[in-house]
Ligand binder design. Structure first.
Ligand code: FMN
Length: 217
């Protein structure tokens, strides 16, 4: 139990990877196989994952960066009542990268790294069938968290990214993703660059009672 607690606490989103440090195929396979144990509604196992490595990954990343440069992405919609959270996280992450709030160029450079999968050697795209709904998206989340923890256990770092879903047509074209699948998010997998300060960030969480109510009356 203590080991699992430690793995949960150790997992964090890395935003700069060592591009030349490959992820061993065995370790990746083990983590993916463990993630397949995730629960899902009616056991439909709704996750469909495409992992690009080597030249395929490089072509995809190059196309994404070119698209982002040509037409900067619009931030994913977030209701106003939640957008303060995005600003707080931005201040934390960009601050740890040494990018000031008014440094538009610095922010853009950092943002662009999303589209090169933060240089991770494994660029993943996570999809789900169009006809499935919210309960099934919960199942995809369960798969993803199990995968991230199994990777963490093996000393492999990761970052889930919704930004990659901002260019679904490019992702479809480069990975041959069929129309019936909806592109949900990306996942970067590799070894975090230890010299990149933002990789050591521990993003805080709410006090438990803010999110969870135990009702016993
Ligand atoms: C569905 C999802 C989408 C995310 N999208 C991005 C993204 O596009 N870019 C990014 O840098 N981080 C992204 N993240 C990482 C979150 O910012 C991160 O999980 C959160 O701030 C908590 O930090 P931690 O993972 O280090 O604990 C995403 C995470 C999730 C689960």
């Amino acid at each position: 139990m203590a080991e699992l607690d430690d793995i949960i606490n150790r997992r964090r989103s890395s935003r700069m990877f060592l591009p030349d440090k490959a992820v061993p195929a065995d370790a990746l396979n083990e983590a993916l196989t463990l993630a397949m144990r995730a629960p899902s509604n009616s056991n439909v196992q709704p996750w469909r994952v495409f992992l690009a490595v080597g030249e395929r990954r490089d072509r995809l990343a190059a196309a994404m960066v070119a698209a982002a440069r040509a037409e900067p992405p619009k931030a994913m919609g977030l209701p106003e009542s939640f957008s303060a959270r995005r600003r707080e996280l931005g201040a934390l992450v960009y601050g740890s990268m040494g990018v000031a709030r008014d440094d538009a160029d610095g922010r853009w450079t950092a943002q662009l790294r999303n589209f090169e999968f933060f240089r991770a050697p494994v660029a993943g795209i996570v999809c789900m069938h169009r006809d499935l709904g919210m309960a099934d998206a919960v199942g995809v989340g369960m798969f993803l968290q199990t995968l991230l923890l199994a990777l963490t256990e093996r000393g492999i770092d990761s970052c889930v990214q919704v930004s990659t879903a901002l260019y679904p047509d490019i992702v479809r074209e480069h990975l041959g993703i069929p129309d019936e699948l909806r592109v949900l998010c990306g996942v970067c997998i590799g070894y975090a660059d230890p010299n990149f300060a933002a990789n050591h960030l521990a993003v805080p969480r709410n006090p438990l009672a803010q999110n969870v109510e135990i009702l016993d009356d």
